[in-house]
Design a protein. Sequence first.
Length: 168
Amino acid sequence: MINLLLRNTGRFVVLVLLQVLIIDNIQFSEYVNPFFYVLFILLLPFETPGWLLLTSAFLLGFSVDLFEHTPGLHASATVFMAFFRPLVLKILSPRDDYEPNTYPRIYYYGFVWFFKYALILVFIHHLFLFYIEVFSFSNFFLTFLKVILSTLFTLVLIMISQYLIYKK
């Protein structure tokens, strides 16, 4: 239990620092803004209680908001994403449910399952984040292009991380 708490706390700190110190300082383009920090929510254990999931999501987003001077923007988007996580896990669950002592990773459930899981949740996060950021539908298609490109780029980073960090 303590080991799991320390591992998740370390992952939280590393992902926030990686996001605000490195990824946010690389200029990709006007339409590509990867938010790699959402990996923290994706990798939480299946058994994470709802209150802890939403609280962790809020703290994660709030931490990024503090560094980026975007009060509430990332906090609301990560809570929105975390709110949908149990539903997405239920929709994608294997026929005989998730095996005990496993985690949502490529290692346990394969590329296709993890890709669909990450795609849905990252898309939900980015859709909410970018439309709240502009708070308008006047440039709907340009914002949607930004959502699509940023989602794809974030997914590439997440999938690469799964192969680099979580090897068999």
